[in-house]
Design a binder for this molecule. Structure first.
Ligand code: ADP
Ligand code: MG
Length: 675
């Protein structure tokens, strides 16, 4: 048995707990060691019983004089356990509730350590519900009392106390087998503690300062390994076969006349991104670039220009999108732009089969089908790349000879996160929205303004002939029947009671691709006024005449989601509005929701999110499937820089450090697509 052994190979208790422990991502003994405390309870102050003070949190050590159960007739409290302890300087009473087994654990005469808050009683002092542990033999170590006691993230049926015991045992048993993968020289330069000591100190610290030092060391490891893995992926990418360069200079005239023919001028960011892409694809080394830009920043046209360049070079390209709605929208855009220039643009989705030859193929996952064959695929574009898994990306790239890859996302993530997690990609940002786009006026609507808000929506629709989205509450991560049911109820209510004079329809994830498409087409044609939708249908709907989006229970959404939903409006000429409904007090005082009123770019909101929620739930990381860091935080830019610096320095000689190599080979940071 070693640290990497699965816990199911362990004792009965562990086997029994393995299901619950999976909720905490604990599968091996080692995983226990990296299940880090969320905080510490300070039980480090000892007191003699004769010196205890009312209100102090102290640890006392002594012998059990007496312990007994008292039965009550109460509903909540059925039994009380009373113990009397002495340490030679005095006696103190201890009380617990509903823990009858304590009379078996705390036997008379045993030595115990107890921590808790001292209360005054009629005839002395007592401690209610103290933490306790029996000390067997001289020099026995207390782990639940008498120290800085680690408190862990728990799950149903797994308490901190239980975890603490396991972790303590594993550290004692396997401590000497912990291999420190960091080169000595590096550790010395950064003044890091060794891995074994860091693990001991993070769980059972001697002081808070030591705990912090331990966490810094572990955080460094985490970031360092992620970045080494990124370096490795970059190296592997660079070692892949050479690909067809897509020449630009040669076709400059065509490309320029195409961009001039667009009904708008490109933004500076778009021009910059296009230059970066052109520079990449004109090389034999395949491009691997992530294009980030808020909803509405104009990523599609950037992709279209690159695909046009590929066409001019006599090559095929493909654009893959996660939903049927998005795919057909892209198809329409690209078809409009490029068919006049002689480009054959085709679409393939679950419901639309491919029949003809093409230069550019747009589609959903359907493009992955074995039946879809390319002659000379040279450029792959993936929209909302985080919605696809590594395997799917691999399949589509496999349809060409190492084609250039452009991935896109409408959920920008903070720079530090991108640098850490996507260190192997080159990044382009569309920082601004096109000039003529008006800011979406955003209001937080309290419950008492609900009816006036409905009235305002009605007036707005009637007077400006615009349309509205109403987004139902976010209930679960993936769209369940429950969400759909809630949406249907809401839809009926709105239709019958609130807006009987307007035309409404509903869109949810359980509709078939074709049905969704039909609803959207009718909405686009103005066949009805209000689209009631569930939250998951958010991405990429482009309906310029809809100027109002009303979001129910907005406090349940993350900022990144709200921002993306808001991006559904403000796409046309007219002033647009976003109404954030919230019925909870928390929602009304939420800095997050208030931020939506004043901040309008994903980048700014990401900063706010970082400030408010702390680093655990960083903006956009959920949408990108980026796992939470355990020891480090994305907010710690300095540690990220240090780790990056060292990763770049060590990587070329990684072969000298087999332990590091082993670690990065098992490190898989890309989550497989949820759909
Ligand atoms: P996203 O980045 O969200 O995918 P789109 O590519 O769908 O954005 O673009 C949104 C809308 O903006 C489209 O209607 C597109 O034609 C338009 N658009 C793109 N670039 C510009 C620009 N530079 N100026 C004005 N409108 C633009
Ligand atoms: Mg888009």
């Amino acid at each position: 048995m070693n640290l990497q052994s699965p816990i199911t190979s362990g004792n009965r208790a562990l086997k029994m707990y393995s299901g619950r422990l999976a909720n905490l991502n604990i599968f091996t003994y080692e995983d226990f060691l990296f299940h880090l405390p969320s905080r510490y309870q300070d039980f480090s102050i000892f007191s003699k019983i004769s010196e205890v003070q009312e209100g102090e949190t102290v640890t006392i050590k002594g012998q059990v004089l007496q312990v007994k159960n008292q039965y009550l007739r109460g509903n909540r409290i059925k039994t009380i356990q009373k113990a009397l302890i002495t340490d030679g300087t005095g006696k103190i009473e201890l009380l617990w509730f509903n823990q009858p087994y304590l009379t078996k654990t705390l036997k008379e005469g045993s030595t115990v350590s107890l921590s808790g808050r001292v209360e005054r009683t009629r005839n002395g002092f007592s401690i209610n519900s103290p933490e306790y542990e029996v000390l067997f033999g001289e020099g026995a170590t207390a782990i639940h009392t008498a120290r800085l006691v680690p408190i862990y993230p728990e799950t149903k049926g797994v308490s901190s106390k239980w975890l603490r015991r396991q972790i303590y045992n594993i550290l004692s048993e396997f401590g000497d087998k912990i291999i420190d993968p960091l080169p000595d020289e590096l550790q010395k330069r950064h003044g890091f503690m060794g891995l074994k000591k860091a693990l001991e100190q993070v769980h059972f610290p001697t002081t808070i300062a030591e705990a912090q030092k331990a966490r810094e060391r572990l955080g460094f490891d985490e970031l360092f390994l992620i970045q080494l893995a990124a370096n490795k992926r970059r190296m592997e990418w660079n070692e892949t076969k050479k690909t067809n360069p897509i020449y630009i200079e040669k076709y400059k005239k065509n490309i320029d006349s195409f961009t001039r023919s667009l009904p708008f001028t490109l933004t500076d960011s778009q021009n910059k991104a296009i230059d970066e892409i052109f520079s990449d694809i004109s090389k034999v080394k395949p491009m691997n670039r992530l294009l980030q830009g808020d909803v509405g920043s104009g990523k599609t046209v950037v992709a279209a220009i690159a695909m046009y360049a590929s066409y001019l070079n006599g090559f095929q390209s493909v654009l893959m999108a996660p939903t049927e709605i998005l795919a057909s929208q892209h198809f329409k855009t690209i078809e409009n732009l490029l068919t006049p220039l002689g480009v054959r643009v085709k679409i393939v989705t679950g419901s639309k089969k491919l029949t003809d030859a093409f230069d550019i193929l747009v589609g959903t996952h359907a493009v992955l089908s074995e039946k879809i064959v390319f002659d000379n695929l040279s450029l792959v574009v993936i929209d909302e790349q985080q919605r696809f898994g590594v395997a799917q990306r691999g399949i589509i790239r496999g349809k060409g000879a190492s084609p250039h890859l452009l991935t896109m996302t409408a959920t920008p993530i903070p720079r530090t996160v991108a640098l850490t997690m996507y260190g192997d990609l080159d990044l382009s940002y569309l920082r601004e929205l096109p000039q003529d786009r008006k800011r979406v006026k955003t209001w937080l609507v309290p419950p008492e303004k609900r009816l006036p808000a409905y009235e305002w929506i009605r007036k707005q629709i009637n007077e400006t002939k615009s349309q509205a989205f109403i987004i139902c509450p976010f209930i679960e991560e993936s769209e369940s029947m429950q969400t759909v049911k809630a949406a249907k109820v809401e839809y009926e209510k709105l239709k019958q009671e609130i807006f009987p004079d307007l035309r409404l329809d509903i869109l949810h994830g359980k509709l078939k691709g074709k049905e969704k498409e039909e609803v959207l087409t009718r909405f686009r044609h103005g066949d009805f006024d209000i689209l009631v939708a569930t939250p998951v249908v958010e991405v990429g709907i482009d309906i310029p005449n809809s100027t109002i989006i009303m979001i129910e229970a907005s406090e349940r959404f993350g900022l990144a989601q709200l921002h993306q939903l808001r991006g559904r409006v403000g796409r046309g000429e007219k002033q647009s509005f976003c109404l954030l409904f919230t019925d909870t007090e928390k929602g009304q005082n939420s800095q997050r929701l208030k931020g939506m009123e004043t901040l309008h770019s994903g980048a700014e909101l990401a900063e706010l999110d970082l400030k408010l929620r702390g680093p655990g739930d960083m903006y956009g990381t959920n949408q990108h499937g980026i796992p939470k860091l355990k020891a480090a935080t994305f907010a710690d830019t300095i540690l990220i820089q240090r780790a990056k610096h060292e990763a770049d320095r060590i990587f070329p000689q990684i072969i000298r450090f087999p332990e590091l190599l082993k670690k990065i080979n098992t490190l898989s940071i890309q989550k497989v697509s949820p759909d």
